[in-house]
Design a protein around this ligand. Structure first.
Ligand SMILES: [Zn+2]
Length: 359
């Protein structure tokens, strides 16, 4: 049989056709790979633990807050971070791969997709009442020239963006927009007995009617700005009374006061943050909160009970405190978030090595 034979030109045509086919196939492959990558937006499904940390108002003037004459200095030392520490914490969280997600996103039950390699973090800020005057904390949060700022009459610079958790967070996100995933911000857990965010918006604040009216207007504007930025609000109860020592009647009154005075300002919320984390989900008293529409409960620690796990229509979320106590005692447990020694503010009156007096 005659051997089949192709001339040079024919072989070249075939070679070109094969090469073109290979190129086309590769292009198709790489295009589909691109399509997958684009469709994913570089996100990967996250199925691990969602950490939740919280802190209180910050101490910005440690000389005043920790002065021997300041009767609150123990409380400031144990339960608060300084502005320097919070700034350091944000740096460490960012460097350790955390991104801020909203509490709503953490609890909506939908599949969480995050930038590859990132870990989710929810943050809440408790109290934020500004009860004290000239003791080292700011007076209130304000909105100036399109920015959230901290204000105090008791410092040379009355308005800055570096003395409070909210303002430090906003400044940080401006420098590192990817720290806030999908616009995630903190949940602010406020009371009512002395108003919120430094605004005296309830009769318990004991200010004139005119001041209360003016503060309420300003506070509503501020809350609207914060919500637009992604902040959400939770009830930390109106009176900040500890659950175990509060009668059912008092709890009922608490919820009614919240509904009457604070809900019109921060809006409806299903999130209840137990003062000092003290709670008993099984208690009949907790039914009062549920009746008022709360079904997401913020606790402290990490010991979710069987009862809490089994009540699927309620969520009990355990949070880790960041304060002076935690920085000194929980270095190991918190290593995933931050080097607590490195961020510890040495202008505190107690050294980092101080471990006593807590338990
Ligand atoms: Zn509190």
């Amino acid at each position: 049989m005659e051997k089949s034979y192709l001339g040079f030109a024919a072989r070249r045509r075939i070679a070109v056709a094969i090469a073109a086919a290979i190129v086309a196939a590769c292009c198709a492959l790489s295009m589909s790979a691109c399509r997958v990558a684009r469709a994913d937006d570089g996100l990967a499904e996250y199925n691990g633990e969602i950490e939740h940390i919280f802190t209180h108002e910050l101490v910005f003037d440690t000389a005043k807050a920790f002065a021997p004459t300041n009767k609150l200095r123990d409380c400031f030392d144990k339960d608060h971070l300084t502005a320097k520490e919070f700034g350091g914490l944000l740096d460490e969280l960012y460097n350790n791969g955390y991104v801020l997600i909203s509490l709503d996103r953490a609890t909506d039950g939908a599949t969480l997709r995050l930038p590859v390699g990132k870990k989710p973090l929810v943050m809440s800020l408790d109290d934020m009442t500004y009860d004290t005057v000239d003791r080292g904390c700011i007076d209130r949060i304000v909105y100036v020239d399109g920015k959230l700022c901290d204000f105090t009459e008791h410092a040379q610079d009355q308005i800055t963006r570096e003395r409070e958790n909210i303002t430090l967070l906003e400044s940080f996100i401006e420098r590192h927009p990817d720290f806030s995933f999908d616009g995630g911000r903190a949940t602010v857990c406020v009371n009512g007995y002395n108003g919120i965010l430094g605004y005296r918006v309830t009769p318990d604040c004991r200010v004139s009617d005119a001041r209360m009216k003016e503060d309420t207007e300003h506070c509503k504007e501020l809350v609207a700005v914060m919500k637009r930025l992604g902040y959400t609000f939770a009830s930390h109860t109106y009176y900040h009374s500890y659950f175990d020592g509060t009668s059912a009647a008092r709890l009922e009154k608490d919820c009614a006061q919240w509904k009457k005075y604070i809900e019109p300002i921060v809006g409806n919320t299903r999130v209840l943050c137990y003062p000092a984390g003290r709670h008993n989900a099984k208690s009949a008293k907790n039914g009062i909160f549920k009746r008022y529409g709360f079904d997401v409960f913020l606790c402290v620690g990490n010991s979710c009970t069987e009862y809490e796990r089994s009540h699927k229509d309620e969520k009990y979320i355990y949070r880790k405190p960041f304060d002076g106590t935690a920085l000194r005692l929980y270095g190991e447990q918190y290593a995933q978030f931050a080097d607590t020694r490195a961020i510890y503010d040495n202008t505190r009156f107690r050294p980092f090595s101080y471990k006593g007096g807590y338990h």
